[in-house]
Design a protein around this ligand. Structure first.
Ligand code: THG
Length: 264
């Protein structure tokens, strides 16, 4: 399971404040902690101020890179911000994200192809988010046609089936898992990723929902997620799921984590 650390996200109140106040220490601490907790990428989202986004994103990138060389996952729908930000990264970043929206395919996919990035592909298009897995599968088929045509190999594509909150649609967990299952057998080289914490928006005891959903999605074939790597119970659930799904050879990772006291 690959982890994309979720915490440097300007839609979170404290991060928005840190960006506005140019609080370098707060951001660097989030970066270092998430790397120490095993993140393969750090998601970097500068929030929702369109005018300020490029500048804020670059400020984040430069300060994060001063304390870690873990690659970044640039989380923006703004092609201009991505184009400027990519000039500043030390390592090839993951791009979050493209989708079936023609505008994103036209403007963001070329950046991905040019720089050889990994890319998250959202199972949505310009119409409202599909409620059936069949429709989400159709959208991803179209997106993968486009990534292939652009020369992006399937192993660099991280399909995001969309984990919408179950608070407003009780089928959304099931739809996400069915989308993964259907696409996994067809695109064997592609990866599958979700924004885990979305699933629990608006409900109490969110960590419990996030943790249980991750286990279900891993059974469906999820191999990556944007999540809170500092949540130890979640890390324990990942290791235990990998053990039980036959993904942990000789139980090595499980035993190592046990010796470190993760399950106490
Ligand atoms: N797919 C893709 N990218 C994404 C999302 C996605 N980027 C943004 C978002 N969704 C994923 N990131 C977050 C980050 C934080 C939270 C939710 C989604 C969040 N955090 C709570 C907080 O800050 O207090 C804590 C959550 C918890 O209790 O676990 O809500 O879907 N490609």
């Amino acid at each position: 399971m690959k982890i994309i650390g979720e915490k440097i996200n300007g839609t979170r109140k404290k991060v928005a404040e840190a960006i506005a106040d140019r609080n370098v220490e707060y951001i660097q601490n989030l970066a270092v902690k998430q790397v120490e907790a095993g993140s393969t990428w750090l998601d970097v989202n500068a929030g929702t101020h369109p005018g300020r986004e490029p500048e804020d994103l670059i400020w984040l990138i430069e300060n994060i890179q001063a304390v870690t060389d873990t690659p970044l996952c640039l989380d923006s729908a703004n092609p201009e911000a991505l184009r400027l930000a990519i000039q500043k990264v030390n390592k090839t970043p993951m791009i979050n994200s493209i989708s079936g929206e023609p505008d994103r395919l036209e403007k963001i996919l070329p950046i991905v192809a040019e720089h050889g990035c990994e890319v998250i592909a959202l199972a949505m298009d310009e119409t409202k988010i599909a409620e059936t897995y069949e429709k989400r599968v159709e959208i991803i088929e179209k997106v993968i046609k486009a990534t292939r045509a652009a020369g992006v190999p399937d192993e660099k594509v991280y399909v995001d089936p969309l984990a919408m909150t179950v608070a407003t649609s009780n089928q959304s967990g099931v739809v996400a898992c069915e989308t993964i299952r259907a696409l996994k057998s067809k695109y064997t080289e592609a990866h599958f990723s979700i924004g885990l914490s979305n699933i629990s928006f608006g409900l109490p005891a969110r960590k419990q929902i996030n943790r249980t959903f991750l286990i279900l999605a891993m059974q469906a074939g999820l191999d990556c997620a944007i999540l809170d790597p500092l949540d130890q119970d979640l890390q324990a659930a990942i290791l235990t799921s990998e053990l039980l799904l036959g993904l942990d050879e000789n139980c090595l990772n499980y035993l190592k984590a046990s010796r470190k006291g993760l399950f106490e």
